[in-house]
Design a protein around this ligand. Structure first.
Ligand code: BJW
Ligand code: ZN
Length: 239
């Protein structure tokens, strides 16, 4: 039996499935990943921009980065990997999709109740009054300000050193704990606490299948590691 056949068998008998996705699932939609080649923006490491310190030091630069990404993602389309997960959800009574991605391509592929661990590119939050606003479909100025209190707005994403939205994190942990199978797709599995969901699944007795172009720190720990493009492997697995 090939690894793909083994994975399909695990999936078929699992019953309850959780999925954790990362930037790699959107690569085939033309969205650059964070780490590795092609992960640079204007010669800068995106990681150096995804921090509260970078925003405090140069909000215009950080907004330029996020406004560019908002446009890129708006023009992009979901790919067969996103769509395969939507179809898988329809076949199972117990299914939870947890994503680290901020691009909302899962939702545009039809997935519902997606747990967004790191927020998304379309909501903004006021640094003064704390209110959140949905600014999907709008072109934001280089330094957007709050219509309520006039203070600077920030992207509604989770930066390094910030806590994940508590209710979403708790729901993700609970779903992973009760899943018989966790599929980990297109993530370098180095950013915590998201990467810790793999250990959470395993300590609750769940199986883990990884889908990634290359080996990651979790590859040796998982039940099966499938190497290739998520947009090619997921449709084969969920057919
Ligand atoms: C393909 C493919 C194809 C390509 N098909 N595959 C425990 C240990 C160590 C450190 C920590 C820890 N706990 C907390 C920390 C600190 C920190 C952390 O994890 N640091 C490590 C990096 C060392 N974590 C945090 O700060 C988190 N907060 C927190 O813990 O709060 C509690 C706390 C508060 C205060 C003090 C201390 C603790 C917050 C993390 C927030 C992460 N935010 C970002 C930016 C979001 C906004 C934005 O998008 O701009 O989230 S960083 C970035 O990384 C983004 C991603 O969601 C995240 C994960 O990246 P991902 O998705 O894995 O992408 P890549 O690029 O890394 O990998 C792509 C993968 O795809 C690769 O493997 C490719 O091979 C593969 N691939 N093409 C399949 N076609
Ligand atoms: Zn405000």
């Amino acid at each position: 039996m090939t690894d793909l056949e083994k994975a399909a068998k695990l999936l078929a008998k699992a019953g309850s499935v959780a999925v954790l996705t990362g930037a790699g699932i959107s690569a085939e939609s033309g969205i650059p990943t964070f780490r590795g080649l092609g992960g640079l923006w204007n010669g800068r490491d995106p990681m150096s921009l995804a921090t509260p310190q970078a925003f405090a030091a140069n909000p215009a630069l950080v907004w330029e980065f996020y406004n560019w990404r908002r446009e890129l993602v708006t023009r992009a389309e979901p790919n067969p990997g996103h769509r395969a997960l939507t179809e898988l959800a329809g076949k199972l009574t117990c299914f939870t999709l947890v994503t680290q991605n901020v691009d909302r391509l899962h939702q545009r592929a039809g997935s519902r109740d997606v747990l967004e661990l790191h927020g998304n590119l379309f909501e903004v939050r006021c640094t003064g009054c704390g209110q959140t606003f949905d600014r999907d479909g709008e072109t934001l100025p280089p330094l957007p300000h709050c219509e309520v209190c006039g203070q600077l707005l920030r992207p509604g994403v989770v930066w390094f050193g910030e806590t994940l939205p508590p209710a979403i994190w708790e729901a993700a942990e609970a779903a992973v704990r009760q899943a018989r199978l966790l599929l980990v797709v297109g993530t370098s599995a180095v950013v915590y606490p998201a990467a810790g969901l793999v250990a959470t699944a395993q300590s609750a007795g769940g199986a883990v299948i990884e889908i990634n172009l290359e080996p990651t720190p979790i590859s040796d720990e998982v039940d099966l590691a499938l190497h290739g493009k998520a947009a090619a492997i997921l449709p084969l697995l969920t057919d």
